[in-house]
Ligand binder design. Structure first.
Ligand SMILES: Cc1cc2nc3c(=O)[nH]c(=O)nc-3n(C[C@H](O)[C@H](O)[C@H](O)COP(=O)(O)OP(=O)(O)OC[C@H]3O[C@@H](n4cnc5c(N)ncnc54)[C@H](O)[C@@H]3O)c2cc1C
Length: 407
């Protein structure tokens, strides 16, 4: 462990209680990515425990997500994180193989298509220039090119769109999570089916966590990867994390007509759809005044009937005749300040790391953020991708980083 690493100055170890160098609270995509990167770092020889109260993962955002990855952001760090996500997925089978068994997250590079009306074109141009300068393979198409490429789409109101030619697409997010979890375990991480319910800390330093079975476990560092459970964890040490659970429903439909070459399409209204199996998934955020903090899993069927279906049937006439199938709801961990992840230490506690507030793009960012957390913990600094701008400072200074492509 390097000088400057929070683990270098470990707190007192209470003899008789289990002690881990790093405890990760939450073992879905982000927690498992952090566990994977930590346990593969040759500069780290510590013990890692991942506390995950729900090994079925049925309620976590990772398993309920739309499982898609795009490079079409307006913030450089977001673009770079997703570019790394793509590379990570392209080599997933080799890097995550355990005893010769290669997991397959079924990454399909089907592309994203962000559509724009004349008003939206300048932003699309500006974003595409930044994305291309960072290595993203994004092409701009005008309305005629859209009509020629996607004859099943109505383009009369559109000026154009930005299409990912490679690298963007969708996958089996649960498969990715399980691949990282298995590899982390093979590398020595210990997963415990426990919830963190208490945090012991003195003078700005965490010494142990309390678990829901009554155990106390010592730790050199604690990492908050608890998704929508993150604000409750932060409150245990008196930190106000500006993150709330916001429900998002995903609707699966069958369409009587095929839509050849269909990418993940984002309409200017914010509605989206993409192929899934023999059908499509689709969704839209509820209107802002109908989007309270929410923890239930009730699907918002009225949103589908009243807004989503009519909007997408206007864009793709074949959707007039769609048949709806299984739908589900999950929760974004929404960063109320600027819809970007908060990653790193809070100034009040020197060994509690945060990776929260992903606001709908954390599945694709999990490899980059897991790696970043491991670098901060082991080396005391970002080594590969500098995410310092996405730390707590901007939140405390109320200096948001506005991401224009929030979907
Ligand atoms: C409908 C929907 C669509 C989405 N689509 C996309 C998409 O297309 N692309 C994309 O990149 N992202 C998408 N997202 C966002 C993405 O799913 C999340 O940002 C990402 O999965 C967050 O991962 P996580 O590991 O931080 O949190 P989660 O997956 O929510 O996992 C948090 C874990 O923490 C555990 N936990 C909670 N409290 C505690 C505690 N006190 N102690 C220990 N453990 C605890 C929970 O059991 C849970 O397993 C979508 C999300 C939703 C809901």
């Amino acid at each position: 462990m390097k000088q400057g690493s929070p683990l270098a100055a470990k707190g007192q170890v209470n003899m008789g209680q289990q002690h881990f160098d790093v405890v990760i609270a939450g073992g879905a995509a982000v927690g498992s990515a952090a566990a994977y990167f930590l346990t593969r770092d040759s500069a780290f020889s510590g013990r890692v425990a991942v506390m995950e109260p729900d090994p079925s993962y049925q309620h976590c955002a990772t398993a309920l997500s739309a499982a898609s990855i795009r490079h079409q952001f307006s913030t450089a760090e977001n673009i770079r994180m997703s570019l790394f996500g793509t590379e990570f997925l392209r080599h997933f089978g080799e890097t995550m193989s355990v005893e010769g068994s290669r997991p397959d997250p079924e990454f399909h590079e089907g592309g994203y298509l962000l559509l724009a009306t004349p008003d939206g074109m300048p932003t699309l141009h500006e974003n595409q220039a930044l994305q291309r300068s960072l290595g993203a393979d994004i092409a701009l198409l005008d309305a005629a090119q859209l009509a020629a490429r996607f004859p099943w789409m109505q383009v009369d109101d559109l000026a154009g769109g930005a299409l990912g030619m490679s690298g963007e697409g969708w996958l089996d997010a649960y498969g990715m999570l399980q691949g990282m979890r298995h590899k982390a375990i093979a590398q020595g991480a210990i997963y415990m089916p426990r919830r963190v319910v208490g945090i012991d800390h003195q003078r700005g330093h965490v010494s142990s966590v309390r678990l829901d079975d009554g155990q106390t476990v010592g730790c050199g560092a604690l990492v908050n990867c608890a998704g929508t459970g993150a604000p409750a964890l932060a409150r245990l040490v008196g930190i106000d994390l500006p993150v709330q659970a916001r429900k998002r429903s995903v609707f699966y439909v069958q369409c009587p007509q095929p839509l050849p070459g269909c990418p993940m399409v984002f309409d200017p209204t914010g509605a989206y759809f993409r192929p899934e199996g023999t059908g499509f998934i689709m969704g839209i955020a509820p209107p802002e005044d109908q989007d309270p903090e929410s923890f239930d899993f009730d699907v918002q069927y009225s949103l589908f009937e009243e807004i989503l279906w009519p909007t997408l049937a206007a864009r793709v006439p074949a959707f007039e005749a769609l048949r709806s199938g299984r739908s589900w709801a999950g929760h974004y961990d929404m960063n109320l300040v600027d819809h970007n992840v908060i990653v790193g230490l809070h100034p009040a506690i020197d060994n509690l790391f945060f990776a929260n507030g992903f606001s709908g793009h954390g599945m694709q960012q999990s490899p980059a953020v897991g790696r970043a957390l491991s670098e901060l913990i082991v080396h005391g600094a970002f080594k590969t991708l500098d995410l310092s701008r996405l730390g707590w400072r901007r939140i405390l200074d109320n200096d948001p980083i506005i991401e224009k492509n929030v979907v």
